[in-house]
Design a protein around this ligand. Structure first.
Ligand code: F6P
Length: 325
C-alpha cells in the first residue's frame, strides 16, 4: 500500500459528458480512504500556473448529471516544453500534491506519460473523450452520450430528408477515428458511412450510391470529420457532381456532440473507473490508464493506450452495407 496523502485531479483536452461524474468519483473515493483532493483548473495549463483549490465532498455535489467539466479544460502548449513541465511540478510540490488523476484522451495521456517519466509522481488516467479511440477500455467516458446525441439528431434529419426526398451528408466528430460514425451509421440505418479506417474510402461511397437501391426516397450518409471539420462539404460537392439528380444537403453536427447530460452508461463507467483510479494509486499503480474491459477494471500503460488505435471491426462496416439494402 502506497501512502498517498493528496491527489490532484484535472480534466484536459476536449471535454466529454461524464467527466463530472468521474471527478465526483475520484473525490468521493479519496475521501472514503482519507485522502485529500486538490482540484486543478484547466488541465496542464492550470497546473503550470498553480491554479489549484482544495476539494471536499460538497465540491462535487449535484454534478453527476451535468455535462462539461467543473474543472474546466484546455489544450496546453507550454506543457510540451521541459520548462512548462518543471513549473507544473514545482506547483504540485508546493501544494503537497503527491499523485495525479488525469482525465482526458490521447493528448492528455501523452503529456502524463512524459511527466511521469521525468518526475517521481504517480499518475493514472481515466479515458475521457467522445471519440472512443483509446485501447484499454471497451468504451471511453462520453462516447455513449455522444452517439446517442448523434442518433437523436440524425433521426430528426431523417424526417425532413424523407419529406423532401433528399440525400443528407451528416458529418460527425472523431478527429482521427470513425468509431462515432460507424456505430451511429448502424443505429440510424444510414445508407453508407465514410470513415478514415475504411479501405474503399470516397470511391466506395460513390459506388455504393451508384449501385445501391434506386427506389429509396431518403438517404443518409454519415461522414467522420477529417483532420479539420467541414470535409462533408467536399464530399457533398463530389456527390452532387456525380449524382446531379439527388437533392443533397450537408449537416455538420459539431460540438453539440460534446455537450449534454451524460447517459446512464457514461455515469456508471465514470463512477467505476474514477473510484478504481484512487484504489490503483493506493496500490502503487502509475503511468496507467484505468478502463473497463468486459465489465472488469483494466490497467493499460499510457504508452499502449495511446499508440494502439482501437481497430475497426470489418464486420461492423459490412453490417452497414448489409442492412441498408
Ligand atoms: O477529441 C475530441 C474531439 O471532440 C474530436 O472529436 C474533435 O475533432 C475535436 O475534439 C475538436 O476539438 P475542438 O473542441 O478543440 O475544436
Amino acid at each position: 500500500m502506497t501512502q498517498i496523502k493528496n491527489i490532484g485531479v484535472f480534466t484536459s483536452g476536449g471535454d466529454a459528458p461524464g467527466m463530472n461524474a468521474a471527478i465526483r468519483a475520484v473525490v468521493r473515493a479519496a475521501m472514503y480512504y482519507g485522502i485529500e483532493v486538490t482540484g486543478i483548473r484547466r488541465g496542464y495549463d492550470g497546473m503550470g500556473k498553480g491554479d489549484f483549490f482544495t476539494m471536499n465532498r460538497k465540491s462535487v455535489s449535484n454534478i453527476i448529471q451535468r455535462g462539461g467539466t467543473i474543472l474546466k479544460t484546455a489544450r496546453c502548449d507550454e506543457f510540451r516544453t521541459p520548462e512548462g513541465r518543471k513549473a507544473a511540478y514545482e506547483h504540485l510540490v508546493k501544494n503537497k500534491v503527491d499523485a495525479l488523476v488525469a482525465i482526458g484522451g490521447d493528448g492528455t495521456f501523452t503529456g502524463a506519460k512524459v511527466f511521469g517519466s521525468e518526475y517521481d509522481i504517480p499518475v493514472v488516467g481515466l479515458p475521457g473523450t467522445i471519440d472512443n479511440d483509446l485501447v484499454g477500455t471497451d468504451f471511453t467516458i462520453g462516447y455513449d452520450t455522444a452517439i446517442n446525441t448523434v442518433v437523436d439528431a440524425v433521426d430528426k434529419i431523417r424526417d425532413t430528408a424523407e419529406s423532401h426526398d433528399r440525400l443528407f451528408i451528416v458529418e460527425v466528430m472523431g478527429r482521427d477515428s470513425g468509431l462515432i460514425a460507424l456505430r451511429t451509421g448502424i443505429a440510424t440505418g444510414a445508407e453508407a458511412i465514410l470513415i478514415p479506417e475504411s479501405k474503399t474510402g470516397l470511391e466506395g461511397l460513390l459506388n455504393r450510391l451508384e449501385f445501391g437501391r434506386k427506389d429509396k426516397t431518403s438517404r443518409i450518409v454519415i461522414v467522420a470529420e477529417g483532420e479539420d471539420a467541414g470535409g462533408a462539404f467536399e464530399v457533398g460537392r463530389l456527390v452532387q457532381e456525380k449524382f446531379p439528380n439527388y437533392d443533397t444537403r450537408i449537416s455538420i453536427l459539431g460540438h453539440i456532440q460534446r455537450g449534454g447530460a451524460p447517459s446512464c452508461m457514461d455515469r456508471v463507467l465514470a463512477s467505476r473507473v474514477g473510484a478504481a483510479a484512487v484504489e490503483a494509486l493506493r496500490d502503487g499503480h502509475r503511468n496507467e490508464m484505468i478502463g473497463l474491459i468486459n465489465g472488469e477494471i483494466a490497467y493499460t500503460p499510457f504508452e499502449h493506450a495511446i499508440k494502439h488505435h482501437q481497430g475497426i471491426d470489418p464486420n461492423m462496416i459490412k453490417l452497414v452495407e448489409m442492412l441498408s439494402m
